[in-house]
Write a protein that binds this ligand. Structure first.
Ligand SMILES: Cc1cc2nc3c(=O)[nH]c(=O)nc-3n(C[C@H](O)[C@H](O)[C@H](O)COP(=O)(O)OP(=O)(O)OC[C@H]3O[C@@H](n4cnc5c(N)ncnc54)[C@H](O)[C@@H]3O)c2cc1C
Length: 237
């Protein structure tokens, strides 16, 4: 099998955040939440870390295209992504990863910090497609609405799916800025304020390593069993 993906488009979907969409090769199989390691065809800007990064597949297995999203940082790799033409061919490794949708959990809380939303887009789209059984809560922390990728998508899903509750929280808004919802940082307390049965919920955490450590400690302190906490650290932020 030729391990290459053909880029179809790059779009800015939130402030400082781009979405990369690729044609999906025939027979390409993965689980909702898994990731790929993507090698750009050629670095157009120098990058001491080289031409590869790992990104979570943000589309669900039933969707016709493969999507990824990333925060721009100024690295040579990311600057290259912004300038690639459609038709560019990326080599890939994977899919890899065990942080995946689980149809067996009684109740699920997804906690996403910023671009840590990517596996949850895949899991939620998959859950809707497969027919959710578990009540599912998405807690999504961002600086402000403009920097929140797929905010409208999740708000729409919450309207349509009785089992899905969406709690976006905006942590860097001016006090006078209009926003009717949460402004607190993601935390075990914030989750407990919304979950009907926090002890019987399985927690899925995704974001930068410091966020994962803090949330895990808080959940354990609240008496949540460690077998109810799953996480993916986005190393590199
Ligand atoms: C399992 C897994 C899944 C992941 N999924 C995703 C995902 O879905 N989306 C995603 O975005 N990331 C994801 N990541 C993280 C991703 O692989 C990168 O590590 C991350 O995007 C940072 O890459 P970078 O090129 O921006 O920074 P790097 O070049 O790796 O540099 C690290 C730090 O230095 C800073 N930096 C680098 N170059 C410059 C410069 N020229 N000027 C100023 N600052 C600079 C960056 O801001 C960053 O904070 C995942 C990682 C793992 C392990």
């Amino acid at each position: 099998m030729d391990h290459r993906l053909e880029l179809s488009r790059v779009e800015e979907i939130a402030r400082g955040t781009i979405e990369l969409t690729f044609h999906r090769p025939e027979g390409f199989a993965f689980l909702a939440g898994q990731n790929l390691n993507l090698k750009v065809p050629e670095l157009l800007f120098p990058d001491p870390k080289g031409p590869r990064r790992t990104f979570t597949i943000a589309s669900a297995p039933h969707e016709p295209e493969l999507r990824f999203a990333t925060r721009l940082s100024g690295s040579g790799y990311k600057q290259t992504l912004q300038r690639l033409a459609s038709g560019s061919l990326f080599e890939y490794l994977g899919p890899n990863g065990q942080f995946v949708y689980d149809p067996e959990v009684e109740s699920a809380a997804y906690l996403a910090g910023g671009i840590g939303i990517t596996p949850f887009r895949s899991m939620l789209m998959h859950g809707v497609h497969a027919g959710f059984k578990a009540p599912t809560f998405l807690f999504y922390g961002n600086a402000d609405p403009d920097s929140s990728a797929w905010h409208e998508l999740f708000a729409g899903l919450a309207q349509a799916e009785a089992r899905f509750t969406y709690i976006p929280t905006m942590t860097n808004l001016a006090p006078e800025a209009p926003w009717p919802g949460e402004r607190r940082w993601l935390s075990a307390d914030l989750a407990a304020a919304y979950l009907p049965d926090p002890a019987n919920t399985t927690y899925f955490l995704c974001g930068p390593p410091a966020m994962i450590t803090a949330l895990t400690d808080q959940l354990l302190e609240k008496g949540i069993k460690d077998n109810k906490i799953r996480y993916e650290s986005l190393w590199g932020y």
